[in-house]
Design a protein. Structure first.
Length: 278
């Protein structure tokens, strides 16, 4: 079928979803979505609801969701994936987790991170909107984190921030373990990408940016924009030394937010650099 038009209208998107599913779609309703894409609930004529996500590189994201589901970690089932459109099952959402829900997330992340690879990275690069995510395979974890994350695009950062980040990158061997298990990561595990049922139980992980790396990367992201209950770490079995490494793992998503959304995140980046004594 032809490529979708620029700035596709909701009616055009509805027609396209009906075409790929081979059924009547009664309408679309915008869901919360993230800062970089709009996600819709599609109501089918028979009464079922699916989730529709248009955007670039949807086939890659669909592959990530499939890999996550294979580990036993909950994620939506992908029903259709094309270059610019993904359709998946609708998962319960909207609840607030208590300790039991956080413990379920800890157990789910243990399943996810038990899937390991021989080296760090992914079989292709990815992106957060205009911010590239280099994923070239590397055998040493500190080298991967320095080159593919902290130094991914220094030219896009304020000059003084870039210089301080470079200082951290030069000390990276002292900050990170050399060869932790190359775990399958969600890769963008902030609280908005974890769905909870109305009862506060774990429903699913969504919107991954997966690659293989140190499992603590996912834990650090959860703490950057939220306050997980201790039950998460008890269930996961978090290494006590995680607190020593948390700031260097949080620096990458903070830099991404600074690039994408501007000076509102400068304070976050500066605080992390101060903690890392850069």
């Amino acid at each position: 079928m032809p490529a979708p038009p620029a700035r596709e209208t909701e009616a055009q998107l509805t027609a396209r979803v009906a075409h790929v599913l081979g059924c009547c779609v009664a309408g679309l309703r915008p869901l919360g979505g993230g800062d970089l894409s709009t996600v819709y609930a599609a109501l089918l004529a028979g009464g079922d609801t699916l989730v529709v996500k248009p955007g670039p590189d949807m086939a890659t994201e669909a592959d990530m969701l499939r890999v996550i589901r294979k580990t036993g970690c909950p994620a939506p089932q992908v029903l259709h994936a094309g270059p610019d459109l993904m359709v998946m099952e609708h998962m319960p959402a909207g609840g607030t987790p208590g300790p039991e829900g956080w413990a379920e997330l800890g157990h789910a992340l243990r399943l996810l991170h038990a899937d390991t690879a021989p080296d760090y990275g992914w079989h292709r690069d990815h992106a957060f909107g205009p911010a590239p995510i280099p994923n070239g395979r590397v055998a040493e974890w500190p080298l991967f984190w320095a080159e593919n994350r902290l130094l991914a695009w220094p030219e896009a950062l304020p000059r003084k921030i870039a210089a301080r980040v470079e200082t951290i990158a030069h000390r990276i061997d002292d900050l990170l373990p050399a060869t932790p298990p190359a775990a399958l990561l969600h890769g963008d595990l902030w609280s908005g990408n974890v769905l909870w049922t109305a009862e506060g139980r774990l429903s699913a992980l969504i919107d991954p940016a997966s690659y293989h790396g140190h499992g603590e990367v996912d834990l650090a992201m959860l703490h950057l924009f939220g306050q997980p209950d201790d039950a998460l770490h008890i269930a996961y079995g978090t290494d006590p030394d995680f607190l020593r490494r948390r700031a260097v793992y949080q620096l990458w998503p903070a830099l991404v937010h600074l690039r994408l959304f501007g000076r509102a995140y400068l304070g976050m980046v500066t605080d992390l650099l101060d903690r890392l004594k850069a």
